[in-house]
Ligand binder design. Sequence first.
Ligand code: FES
Length: 347
Amino acid sequence: MSSPIELRVVDVVAETVDAKSFVLEPPEPTSYSSGQFLTIAVPSEEQGFVARCYSLASAPHEGGLLTVTVKRTPGGYASNWLCDNVRVGQALKSLPPSGVFTAASVDDDLLLFAGGSGITPVISLAKETLARGSGSVALFYANRSADSVIFGSTLAKLAAEYPDRLTITNWFEDSQGLPTAAGIRAFAEQFTDRHAMMCGPAPFMQAVSDVLKSLDFPRERRRQEKFVSLSGNPFEISAEVVDAADLGAAAPEGAGCTRVSGEIDGAAFEFDDWRPGVLLLDFLLEKGIPAPFSCRLGDCSACACRVIEGDVEMVTNEVLEPEDIEEGIRLVCQSLPVTEHLKISFS
Ligand code: FES
């Protein structure tokens, strides 16, 4: 789950003048959920590799190929390298799919907001819900102009196929200016009982988030995917072997240890020897628990869990909001023990 995989490029599709989709074949069937991302190693002369997260635009029901869509960032190294250099037949190194920007059920009704290339995880969620579930989808899609719309033809086809379940509102900045609170509100207030999910530039998500709060969307029905820049190289970290003997030597057996219990994928676990100074992710992996993770740096939230009893101290947190923390969400890769007992859930 944590080891890098080699993905073979089987197609490159120009989506717009500055965005390309890369269709990737994993070496073996790879499961993922709509809304998740790949962490790709982009070759760099100076550093060997730089790691960047790109959301999957494909949906699991479409088959075994994984598609990421990359929009050039002005002056951005990785996005431009990928768009300029990746060809069919090449291989890209990646970490397996991860991330928590996923829908609880394909039968939930969704209210989706996408800004620019933020459409990537959003279209995956929309396709999966429409094809595999009974949920309806309302999409507010903001773009600079009509010719910067990514997946325009796919969305038009979906709208024709699911006229009663898919509603799309486009917003074009060249004619309407930046999305306004009034514009977002006029759309959102038609769907206040839905699960809202948003992805796009930070000011866009802030505007949407403010409107949803003003409409009393509860926190559990407001989700956002952040584009983060990883501060380190998870490929190097994932190659490190966690040495069980070293973990065991951190403290005398039983001394000051925390009891950890929890549940992952429906299976319960409990251990009584989580030692001071050992990160919870390292501890769980050493115990054979398939805890999810990607960056291991506190940057991506792939490892997020919910604390049910006790608490932890997070060394770094670059991604959780204060309200996430208030709700008990913690980053397992950055968690150190502070209470005698900790109970967590990954669901
Ligand atoms: Fe990225 Fe923990 S794995 S924040």
